[in-house]
Design a protein around this ligand. Structure first.
Ligand code: NAP
Length: 533
């Protein structure tokens, strides 16, 4: 097959793209992955800001399709930092010899479906044109940075960095006056890491965050052997839990006494993981009273770490429930505000008006003079990676326009009107946020590989969702989502961080195991909800 003619083109060489490439190559397909980055890694290539690290346990974040691949890599600690994670993905790419089929430094700018040939015409930023039967998007959930947010950014006389575009060579922060905008999972990691290094740190906080201390022991050889020995158990468990983590809900809040609830909360809190959020009590996501009580438990823990009641107001959330959006793990994040060189500024009622050459100007005219501005301002999640590409389906339909009206997918695996475009980490699947990403991405890429194999074995050339099939999935998704407290809280989970983005819970919240069963059942029933020919 000519170099510019493929069976399958994969956009992205991160966790999903690497495995997708491996599987389709094993099937003997002409397949190639493209990535804007200069090497593999996806999220773990781009997010090299100070303090970037896992908050999924490393040993569950690994691929589980090959025991040798799993055992061939050893982690140094429970929640390793970005450089180690990036090295792991290099190890995967090397072991599976993937780089020879990846084109780096290449951005896909358009993909148009040709109804005469039933194939996609894909164009790169360099003007290269590729003809492919299948277009597979492995672009990541959080890869379109919200980087251009404030008027005057280009006039700033110092340096501005978005955390997801942190320079490879690092940034010189020592002794400087640094401002951080944003205190989500990213901002928190940056703030706690650079506070001791910079001259002066000003954190601009619009919405305080619940914070749970991370327990991050380093691993001995015995620890590593112990988790590796659990490979089969992890492989058999992770795909079936509520969030793709190893732990799952154990008890119902309503079945416990007040003392038992406190005992459970204390014990789980002390584990120093995301378990308090993802696998303590299922009612946390739906029952206002449980949410109130667990939120107050976490608030008490936070207040106990702060020595100044004024900081309570700035740092402890009171107007939304614990876990109704992403909970970060942290290390001394709250204590950092006791340092003399660290200042928290609330921009809730006095927002950032613009960036000026000297620094950040608030609406009331207060100017914060700065040398460096760190934008930990998040992403256009789930949709942004694809809407920033000119993707056209049947009749020239534009995905950017479709999703600007309403965000709809069929199981997060396809979009009606876009034949042979298979998607991962897009809305209406757990991989759109509420899961251990590798668990969910493995499941989706395996579903896609099996689907393509089925088509090729049966002489089928086209798959696309039916309107009825897509409507049914969207309705099912909404029914579950709307019964939760998550859908009532503003955050990127609901798309509310992007002006004008249609409001819908991006992640499927029926559970990773349930989602997996639904997608496998659809396939087993002759790809119910899809048309193949
Ligand atoms: P984020 O959660 O969307 O946080 C963005 C922050 O920027 C928020 O504090 C937001 O305030 C603030 N912000 C945005 N626009 C602003 C404005 N105009 N003025 C003032 N503040 C503004 O983004 P993120 O922290 O990058 O995290 C995104 C996701 O990445 C996380 O939820 C997580 O899933 C993932 N992540 C994972 C890890 C990990 O696995 N270890 C680490 C980092 C991130 P508001 O809340 O008021 O909007």
């Amino acid at each position: 097959m000519a170099a510019n003619k493929l069976d399958a083109l994969i956009i992205g060489a991160g966790v999903a793209g690497l495995y997708q490439l491996h599987m389709l190559r094993e099937q003997g397909l002409a397949v190639r992955a493209y990535d804007t980055a200069s090497d593999v890694g996806g999220t773990w290539y781009w997010n090299r800001y100070p303090g970037a690290r896992f908050d999924s346990e490393a040993y569950i974040y690994q691929y589980l399709f090959d025991e040798d691949l799993y055992r061939g890599w050893s982690w140094s600690e429970r929640f390793p930092a970005q450089p180690e994670i990036e090295r792991w993905l290099h190890y995967v790419a090397d072991t599976l010899d993937l780089r020879r089929d990846i084109q780096f430094n290449t951005t896909i700018v358009s993909a148009h479906f040709d109804e005469n040939t039933d194939r996609w015409t894909v164009t790169t930023g360099d003007g290269e044109v590729i003809d492919t039967q299948f277009l597979i998007t492995c672009c990541g959930m959080l890869s379109a940075p919200m980087a251009d947010l404030f008027p005057g950014q280009s006039e700033f006389s110092g340096e501005i960095f978005h955390t997801a575009r942190w320079p490879k060579e690092g940034a010189e922060l020592a002794g400087k006056r640094v401002g951080v905008i944003g205190n989500g999972a990213t901002g928190i990691q940056v703030i706690q890491t650079i506070a001791g290094e910079v001259g002066d740190l000003t954190v601009f906080i619009r919405t305080p965050q619940y914070a749970i201390p991370m327990s991050n022991p380093t691993y001995s050889e015995q620890d590593v052997e112990a988790y590796k020995a659990r490979f089969s158990e992890l492989r058999d468990t992770l795909p079936h839990t509520f969030t793709g983590f190893e732990y799952d809900f154990e008890e119902e809040w309503s079945a416990l006494t007040a003392e038992q609830r406190t005992e459970r909360l204390e014990r789980i809190y002390n584990e120093g993981s995301l378990r308090l959020w993802l696998a303590s009590f299922g009612e946390l996501f739906s029952d206002q009273q449980v949410s109130d009580e667990v939120s107050e438990f976490v608030r008490e823990k936070m207040r106990a770490r702060l020595d100044d009641p004024e900081l309570f107001e700035l740092l402890v959330p009171t107007d939304y429930g614990f876990g109704t959006h992403r909970v970060p793990l942290e290390t001394n994040y709250l204590e950092v505000y006791h340092r003399e060189n660290v200042h928290a500024v609330s921009v809730r009622n006095n927002p950032i008006a613009r960036i000026v050459p000297e620094g950040i100007l608030l609406e009331d005219g207060t100017l914060y003079e700065l040398d460096v501005i760190v934008m930990a301002t998040g992403f256009d999640a789930g949709t942004g990676a694809l809407t920033r590409i000119d993707i056209r389906g049947r009749g020239g339909r534009s995905l950017t326009e479709d999703w600007s009206r309403d965000i709809r997918t069929t199981m997060g695996l396809m979009v009606e009107g876009y034949p042979n475009m298979l998607t991962t980490a897009v809305p209406l699947a757990p991989s759109a946020a509420l899961c251990n990403m590798t668990t969910c991405l493995q499941q989706q890429t395996e579903w896609i590989a099996a689907c393509i194999q089925h088509m090729n074995s049966n002489g089928l050339g086209i798959i696309e969702p039916t309107i009825a099939g897509q409507d049914a999935w969207v309705n099912h998704h909404d029914e579950i989502a709307n019964a939760t407290l998550v859908s009532k809280t503003n955050s990127w989970y609901m798309g509310s961080n992007v002006p004008g983005k249609p409001r819908r819970l991006l992640s499927y919240i029926g559970g990773v195991g349930a989602y997996r069963d639904a997608t496998l059942k659809a396939a087993a029933n002759g790809y119910e909800g899809f048309v193949l020919r």
